[in-house]
Design a protein around this ligand. Structure first.
Ligand code: PGA
Length: 221
């Protein structure tokens, strides 16, 4: 059975109180053994990481944490940047190159490459997002999320067949990469993607904001 990744990208949402309500509700679903071979990763805003980590440890929840971004620099005089060493105190993963970062923060491939280097330096696993499967994947990336722009937040996911061919194209740069799909994933469509031979998981935005929706996605993944 292949391992599947279910990654929740909360984007710029939730206060500490709302995040704790989410965790409370998630805990009550008692996932236990049903998540065998599934890695559940929640990527909240940096401001939520500390409280969420404590809650997850105290209640032994089967959730790993990820950052949504990382500084391309080491610690130092870079106002506003959160560096790899700081993120590693709370998280094991980090999203890099999400199309919203590229669009609204003008991140380009040179910058993204530096971010990947920083992530690796602090043993954070980069989840590298691309909207075009032919895009260059920086060295050392082991998880790639293919997210076509038209499918993000639109309610119109790509087809599983297209995603399968995108994964094949990504494998040309490295056979070992785990390819995930993101873009309007729901409990209704997740299994169509997961059952494709080359797809190892999903990156979920909107539907992950509600814990019950995410639990349904986990069940069907
Ligand atoms: P969506 O977002 O699930 O809301 O389409 C996915 C993403 O942007 O990672």
């Amino acid at each position: 059975m292949k391992k599947s990744y279910i990654i929740a990208n909360w984007k710029s949402n939730k206060t500490i109180h709302q995040a704790s309500m989410w965790l409370e509700e998630f805990k009550m679903q008692n996932l236990g053994l049903q998540i065998f071979e599934k890695e559940i990763i929640v990527c909240p805003s940096f401001s939520l990481l500390s409280d969420m980590k404590s809650y997850i440890i105290n209640h032994a929840l089967p959730i790993k944490l990820g950052g949504q971004d990382i500084s391309p620099f080491e610690h130092g005089a870079y106002t506003g940047a959160v560096n790899g060493e700081q993120i590693k105190e709370f998280a094991d993963y980090v999203l890099i190159g999400h199309s919203e970062r590229r669009k609204y923060f003008h991140e380009d491939s040179t910058l993204l490459e530096k971010k990947v280097k920083q992530a690796r330096q602090y043993s954070l696993t980069p989840i590298y997002c691309v909207s075009d499967p032919r895009e260059h994947i920086p060295e050392g990336v082991t998880i790639v999320a293919y997210e076509p722009i038209f499918a993000i937040g639109s309610g119109k996911p790509d087809t599983p067949q297209n995603v399968e061919s995108a994964a094949q194209a990504i494998f040309k740069s490295n056979q070992e990469i785990a390819v995930l799909y993101g873009g309007s994933v729901t409990a209704q469509n997740v299994s169509d993607f997961i059952k494709m031979p080359s797809i190892s998981g999903v990156l979920v935005g909107k539907a992950s904001l509600n814990p019950l929706d995410l639990i349904q996605i986990i069940h069907h993944a």
